[in-house]
Design a protein around this ligand. Structure first.
Ligand code: MV4
Length: 494
């Protein structure tokens, strides 16, 4: 095993990686920008190296500075986390070239799968169903237009270098096609330095279901079942869960096999995620492969009992997987809510700033992956994530109740948070029914304003009570004239 690992990231994911390293007896090197001098990942790592100014380009995205930090501290491996350079093939290649183990797939695999058309060709050859559409990139609008007629409207114009919705346009009619290609192409050129496009048939109101895979250097591949990620807003996931309420055992088996085939066909190594779209008729289609550890990986850890970061380190160090597919038996149900310093009443506008009070929920089946602390100033320069609140319970309904209870007991003052919004979504009839589609938030929560029960006034009453007499929310509920969380839930029998 590596003696020392550099973590090329910040916040909750850097801390998450440090914790596993500590359990494995691996020394850690944190890197940080001027804005993060007092961040938890810096305080918790064995060593920390200042990269430079707060702009990502001067710090967490600066490849040469990261390599120099690894060299200076004698780190043998680099974990990129998610975001920043995690899926940048040039970074992985630079690590490989300087003798550092990149804790992720080989740079060639990142590059192949980063091109959506290359990925679609690989999956087509492997017999993995792909959404009807093009297999070659194009820039010529006349050619693209001919393809659109062949595929049939509505079509989606997508960026070859894209992913996550950037450079993507829905086109319903031929007379809107040219305009959509021009704007998608220039957006893609700006975002990725590559304006090439391709087309897919547009699926209507699909679900997003992704499979976690692990592949070792010896060629073994297993999947760790799925995550349902349909509850999104502008391509930002908000709530994730496993198992997906949309799958039955037969479909799960077929999609799991397809995910393993996808990994094998691309020469995958390390942890990855195969994304699928699922249509109303139960047909699934390959969407893309995320070649990183994902934000939502903890729900898979909760139901499988595996530590994905430990698996990643062992694979990168050359160990074969210590289990087979038959050994992976998921149990119960897990949910993740992304708690952000954002104002859900003002189009989720970032609300960074000083955290005046931070009391985390605890109890059976609760995990909070958090990168901040009371007194920390959430910087304006980065994603304003506070934490990922994760719960596990015996079944979906018990997990939802546990999550609502945990969110009610998560007290934060000083910044606006998404907590009141999350509670309303979890309490909604549509979510309870498991009717999770990619247009769920637009359809049911497009115009959200805080409710009396979960709004800032009720929550602030809890905060005041917590300060006066820690641990007692019920008195505060009385003051605010609202029922306590447990009164509304009506008990939680598991
Ligand atoms: C689609 C689609 C419908 N049909 N492709 C959005 C992000 C990008 N990775 C792919 N996306 C979509 N591709 C076809 N052919 C609908 C979406 C989509 C979506 C996908 C997953 C999760 C949330 C989404 C929200 C809106 C649209």
């Amino acid at each position: 095993m590596f003696k020392k690992v550099l973590i090329a990231n910040r916040g909750e994911i850097a801390l998450r990686i440090i914790r596993t390293c500590q359990e494995m007896g691996v020394l850690t090197v944190a890197v940080y920008s001027e804005a993060d001098a007092l961040a938890l990942h810096v305080l918790e790592a064995d060593e920390a190296v200042l990269l430079g100014k707060s702009e990502p380009s001067e710090s967490y995205l600066h490849i040469d500075k990261l390599l120099a930090a690894a060299k200076r501290t004698g780190a043998e491996a680099v974990h990129p986390g998610y975001g920043f350079l995690a899926e940048n093939p040039d970074f992985a290649e630079a690590c490989e070239a300087s003798g550092l183990a990149f804790i992720g797939p080989p740079s060639k695999v990142i590059r192949d799968l980063g091109s959506k058309t290359v990925a679609r060709r690989i999956m087509t050859s492997a017999g993995v169903p792909v959404i009807p559409g093009m297999l070659e990139a194009a820039t010529d609008v006349a050619l693209l237009s001919k393809e659109a007629d062949r595929i049939g409207y509505p079509v989606l114009v997508k960026a070859v270098a894209g992913g996550g919705g950037k450079g993507m346009r829905v086109v319903s009619r031929a007379d809107e096609f040219t305009e959509a290609c021009l704007s998608a192409g220039s957006e893609a050129e700006k975002a990725f330095g590559n304006g090439a496009l391709y087309l897919e048939k547009r699926l209507e109101s699909p679900r997003h279901v992704e499979f976690q895979v692990l592949a070792d250097q010896q060629g073994h591949v297993v999947h760790l079942f799925e995550r349902e990620c349909s509850i999104q807003r502008r391509h930002q996931k908000i709530i994730e869960e496993t198992p997906s309420p949309a799958l039955n055992p037969v479909l799960r088996e077929a999609m799991g096999r397809a995910a393993v085939s996808a990994a094998q066909a691309s020469g995958y190594v390390n942890a990855g995620t195969v994304e699928f779209l699922l249509d109303g008729s139960g047909q699934f289609y390959f969407l893309e492969v995320n070649t990183r550890l994902q934000v939502e990986h903890p729900i898979t850890e909760m139901t499988t009992g595996l530590d994905l970061v430990r698996q990643q380190l062992q694979i990168a160090a050359g160990s074969p997987l210590a289990f087979t597919q038959a050994d992976v038996v998921p149990r119960g149900h897990a949910l993740e809510c992304r708690v952000y310093a954002e104002d859900p009443e003002n189009r989720f506008f970032p609300s960074p700033g000083l955290v005046l009070l931070h009391r985390e929920p605890s109890g059976p089946g609760i995990r909070n992956d958090c990168g901040i602390y009371e007194g920390f100033r959430i910087p304006v320069e980065y994603d304003p994530i506070i934490s990922k609140l994760v719960v596990a319970a015996g079944n979906r309904e018990a997990a939802i109740r546990r999550m609502i209870r945990a969110l009610e007991h998560y007290l934060i003052a000083g910044v606006r948070t998404t907590i009141p919004f999350l509670i309303d979504v979890l309490e909604s009839r549509e979510f309870r029914r498991g009717s999770t589609h990619t247009d769920f938030i637009d359809r049911h929560f497009g115009e959200w304003t805080q409710s009396r029960e979960h709004g800032d006034l009720a929550r602030m009453a809890y905060v005041i009570d917590e300060l006066a007499s820690p641990g007692r929310i019920s008195a505060a509920a009385k003051v605010a004239g609202v029922p306590t969380p447990w009164q509304r839930l009506g008990g939680w029998n598991l």
